[in-house]
Ligand binder design. Structure first.
Ligand code: NAD
Ligand code: G6P
Ligand code: MN
Length: 443
């Protein structure tokens, strides 16, 4: 069997160790000959990489491992670029979340003004990595998690139309695992076949069946109607803020009981609620939580491995996030024809929606990349919401390409999360000030 070479871009990410563990777990079906890390922050990456070096030497000494900040070294001789960079890191995420709050609008990593600000930072960083890949390993695939995936996907569609990038999200996978738990399916979400459509962080399931074709929607709906996607309210492994989001899915579902919603729709359907809820602790947002929990935990686990010189009882963990990207690489390598949700150009897959929109739909994945599954026509409610949101995403990319203040003001004004053009302008002016080091100059 062919052995693959992989570079993880954003080597210093909190999700890097999980992907390494998952690559090892899949190694009988998807063998690896080389793993490299690439990051533009040498110090941050080193902490994770030195721990992974020890782990790999113990568990898979046959895999060559290295890490670097040099693009040529990183991107030469690779089959896959697994990318999860965060341009501006958590310090800028914190600003994305706190600045809109000063103007009465919630702040969030990928939705509303925070997501728009993050998009303006991410586009350049992701394009740079894609260009390195095309220069040094033109046959490779870039599997991209870097957020905000919707805006990044629109930017790469527009600016690098022929490039081999596939944009993905782990949220539907995470929710499907919860559905599988509700249904008590023995093999988890892989026992289900789903039809899903929307934009990234903005979609709905319209059909879910078991492998024999039995409709599973009624049983899931009955649960969601009462509990949202909460499976165990006392689960200590689920942080309180995520538990709130899974519970709020009950109210999101109530707006359209024909479908099952992505949890991110709470930001668009209940922005007033989210603002009031978050405004109870305006100085302590999700970015602070992540720095106090996930980042601390992962970097402490890495330090522990390095201090002890062994990864024997290490605290690194691999989850849905890691399994999804490794499943995707495996499906391409082994020509598996696996059915997976990807963010792709619509081009008729959703019949009554903008053909140039980047939509999240099921695709069949194999050696040639992906083939889209046709969704047909979608209902007016979803179509209306999606038209507004996709226009926001397109205007952000227009603003980035043209350095246009006007387009970005329009993007913020059009966002369903912002009440007026004057609020949009006030937020924009603060975001420009905060993002001077990252955004193109706007005029
Ligand atoms: P993190 O800050 O821990 O890691 C990001 C890394 O990227 C850092 O080490 C940083 O130095 C590096 N980086 C930043 N800009 C770079 C550049 N231009 N070139 C190379 N490296 C660069 O962040 P995290 O919380 O681990 O998340 C990583 C990314 O994955 C984020 O974009 C996050 O939104 C995304 N993510 C996406 C999904 C999804 O569903 N698509 C799921 C989880 C996380
Ligand atoms: C889900 C989404 C990602 C997002 C992440 C935020 O996994 O699919 O796109 O980045 O949640 O999680 P966090 O723990 O960083 O708030
Ligand atoms: Mn996502």
């Amino acid at each position: 069997m062919k052995k693959s070479s992989i570079v993880i871009a954003g080597g210093g990410s909190t999700f890097t160790p999980g992907i390494v563990l998952m690559l090892l777990k899949h190694s009988d079906r998807f063998p690896i000959r080389q793993i490299k890390f690439y990051d533009n922050d040498a110090e941050r990456q080193k902490k994770i990489a030195e721990a992974c070096k020890i782990l790999l030497a113990e568990r898979a000494p046959e895999i060559a491992f290295s890490y670097t900040t040099d693009p040529e070294e990183a991107f030469t001789d690779v089959d896959f670029v697994m990318a999860h960079i965060r341009v501006g890191k958590y310090a800028m995420r914190e600003k994305d979340e706190k600045i809109p709050m000063r103007h009465g609008v919630f702040g969030q990593e990928t939705c509303g003004p925070g997501g728009i600000a993050y998009g303006m930072r991410s586009i350049g960083g992701v394009l740079e990595i894609l260009d390195y890949m095309e220069k040094y390993s033109p046959k490779a695939w870039m599997l991209n998690y870097s957020n905000p995936a919707a805006i990044v996907a629109e930017a790469t569609r527009r600016l690098r139309p022929d490039s081999r990038i596939i944009n993905i999200c782990d949220m539907p996978v995470g929710i499907e695992e919860r559905m599988a738990e509700i249904l008590k399916l023995p093999n988890g979400r892989k026992d289900m076949e789903v039809r899903y459509y929307g934009l990234n962080h903005f979609g709905w399931w319209c059909d879910i069946r078991d492998k024999q074709g039995h409709d599973l929607m009624p049983q899931i709906k009955a649960h969601v109607k009462e509990h949202g996607y909460v499976v165990n309210p006392n689960d200590k492994n689920v942080e309180a803020s995520w538990q709130d989001t899974f519970a709020k899915a009950k109210d999101v579902y109530a707006v359209d009981p024909d479908t099952l919603p992505n949890t991110y729709l709470k930001y668009y359907l209940y922005p007033d609620y989210v603002f009031q809820h978050d405004n109870e602790h305006p100085d302590h947002t999700r970015a602070n939580e992540v720095m106090e929990h996930r980042e601390k935990h992962v970097f402490a686990a890495a330090k522990d491995i390095v201090d002890k010189g062994t990864a024997k009882d290490c605290a690194f963990e691999a989850d849905d996030h890691a399994s999804y990207i490794v499943d995707l690489a495996e499906a391409i390598t082994t020509n598996q024809k696996a059915r997976m949700l990807l963010i792709v150009e619509n081009n008729g897959a959703i019949a009554n929606f903008d053909p140039t929109a980047m939509v999240e739909i099921p695709c069949i994945v194999g050696a040639n990349g992906y083939e889209k599954i046709s969704i047909g026509k979608i209902p007016q409610f979803q179509k209306g919401l999606m038209e507004q949101q996709v226009s926001v995403e397109k205007l952000v990319v227009d603003a980035w390409i043209n350095g246009s203040y006007q387009k970005l003001w329009q993007a913020l004004t059009l966002s369903k999360t912002v009440p007026s053009a004057s609020v949009a302008k006030a937020i924009l002016d603060d975001l420009i000030e905060a993002n001077k080091a990252y955004w193109p100059e706007l005029h």
